[in-house]
Every structure is written in structure tokens, then in C-alpha cells.
Design a protein around this ligand. Sequence first.
Ligand code: SF4
Length: 418
Amino acid sequence: MPALTRAEKLEILADAAKYDASCASSGSIKRSSLGTGGIGSTTGMGICHSYAPDGRCISLLKILMTNYCMFDCLYCINRLSSNVRRAAFTPQQIVDLTLDFYKRNYIEGLFLSSGIIRSPDYTMERIVEVARLLREEHKFGGYIHLKTIPEADPDLLTNAGKYADRLSINIELPSDESITRLAPEKSGPHIRKTMGTLGQRISDAKAERKSSRKAPLFAPGGHSTQMIIGADESDDARVLTTSTRLYKGVGLKRVYYSAFSPIPDPSAQLPPVAPPLVREHRLYQADWLLRFYGFGVDEIMTGAKRDAAGKRHLDLAIDPKLAWALQNREHFPVDLNRADKSILLRVPGLGVNGALAIIKARRFGTLRLADIETLCRNVSKMLPFIITRDWTPGPRLDDANLYAKLAPKPKQLELFAT
Ligand code: SF4
């Protein structure tokens, strides 16, 4: 069989990487190669984003080193038993590709993952070698996100953190039982232990940098993970409980949710169809409530629905904050001129920026509805839940049809839509 060209390998390995959602590159530090003789720079803002055909955000140069893999995770298109075209780049080829693309202004960084070849240590060594060559030989100042392999030697993970802006380890599934069943070579407790070690190193490095600006960096953008949704029977309550455990227990910066995509020649243990993408969207909204709005999982799940099997899922028709508010109407209406930030953040339609703007503005006078309309974007959604100097929702809040009135109306599909 003729050897694959660089373009053919790139096509295979970029396509194989698109299933990994843990690629957002926000949280990077400012770094510039100006004056170092190298190339590249990055800013504190997110870089290197593109969009997959289904609308999800992915990095532009997001590739696997190889899609060969000695593991056989049933949900993965690159698993050992999968009948897909295989390809592999050497570390030097990935370095060349990254620099070529960078110089052409196609990308601002690299997201690198890999199937496991020979052994976790061998694979991790090669991943680290790419980052080392870029940083040390080429003084590359762009963004680097490395996927790490939990089964690899901890020293290799330390080396990865020296060069990368962000590291990630995929937890893959919401429960240990599902990991054992669908990814038999992996272990949930071991993955969490490795995440904990990374989290500790990241926080130690941050503390050292506070005492000395010369202290070495270690994955300054933190570490993240991906959880596949809908490949097992875990409900949203379980998914969010696992996320909370990871945020609190191992210092994770972000959990990315990825709706399971059916793969060719699937195992009978996998569902035949993908979950609705809106489920992934609702989980991201709930995750936001956990991280920035002071909600607990139990609170979020008060607005959940039970399916025929008794599983608790977020309401797909409305966002989780509105679902919570409708189930807890005794907490409303909220007086926007008096409530503290934690209460304001419970109001449907009112985000963190809006709450802060209200707190700032009310120092100068009592706010009217027209003032709120200048400060916040989604006032119509807030109306049944707020009081201002000249507005009260009256009996709206007790309306038995409030859910139907606030839920988006179903759209009639067009017969000739393309
Ligand atoms: S280890 Fe990673 S690449 Fe290999 S089969 Fe499992 S999920 Fe796929």
C-alpha cells in the first residue's frame, strides 16, 4: 500500500480529533516571543477556535498524533477493533505542520491528542516531545493544549505541564461502572487520582509564581476534561454530580460535555442513536449555574423531569435556571433595588454582568424598569420574577400557565426547507 501523503494523514488525524470537545483555549497566559528570536504569541483570551459542522467549537489545528490505539473503548472510533483508516505523524512532522500553519496565520496554537501506541509512557513521551521541540527549539510562543494519558508515568505529566498552556485528561463517562463496562482498560479512580495530582501541581506552581515571578510555569490555563453524554444510561443528575465532584475534588477548570455520536460498527452495548444536542446545551447551562451562580446539583435538579425509567434529566424545553425558578416561586419576586448579588443571580434572564451592573447603578438612585432595560438584555424573561420602583409582576407569578407562557413556542417545520 502506498505511503500516505502529509495531506492525507492530516485529513485522517484532524477528522479523528474532532470527537474531542475539551479544546477550548481560554485561560491561557499572555506570552510573546518578541525579542526571543522565536515566533508566535498568545493572549489571555481564547484562541485557535473553529466550528465543527454541528456547530460545536473546536480548535483549528486540532489533531491526533496517531489514530492507532491499543485500547478498545467501545464508544471511540479509534479503538483497536475499529475498522478505520489509520495514520500517524512523527513529533517532528507535527512540529513542522504547526509552524507552517502558524506562519501562514491559519492557527494560533496546537491541540494535540493521540491514540495509545506501544504503551502509555511511549505515547506520552512523544506528545511531550512535540511541545518540547516547539517551545525549546523554535521558541514557539503560541498556545499549546496537550491531552495527557492517566496511565503514563507521573514524571511525563510533569514535563507536559512545563510546556503546555493547558492539560486535559478525559474522564469520558459519568460513572465508574460505565467506564469499567465501556472502556475496560481504564479506571475511574485512577483517572481521578491523576487529575488530582495535576490539580495539585497547577495550584503549587501558581502559589510559587505569586512569591517569585521567576518560578516555572505549570499548565497556567489549568486542566480540563470531557464527558461523553448519552453513551451510557447515566442521567443528568449523575452527570452534574460527577462534574461537581471533579470541580471540587481535583481543581478542574472546565468539564466539556460531548453528545455521543454513533460510530461505524458499534457495539451492542451502545445506544443506536445520538442524544439530542439540546441535552448537551442544557448541561452546559447547568454547569454554568454550578460554577458561577452558586447553585447546587440538588437545586438544579428540582426543575428536572423523570423519564420512563425514573432517570432525572434537565428539562429540554427551558433553561435550568428558569426551570428552578418555576419550581421555587416562593423565592420571587426579587426586589432589584434591595437584593444582594446571590439573590439577583437566581433571577431567570439575569446574568452575572447584569447583576453587577444593577448593584453599581442602584448606588445612585432607585431603579425603574426603564433603567433595568438599559442595563440588562433579557428583561422580558425577568418580568414575572422582579420588582422595581415602578414594576411588580402582580398575579403573574401565580399563573398556572406561566411555564407554557415562558417556554419557547415549538416551531412549525417548513415543508420545503433545505
Ligand atoms: S484510549 Fe482514547 S483513543 Fe484509545 S480507544 Fe480509548 S478513547 Fe479511543
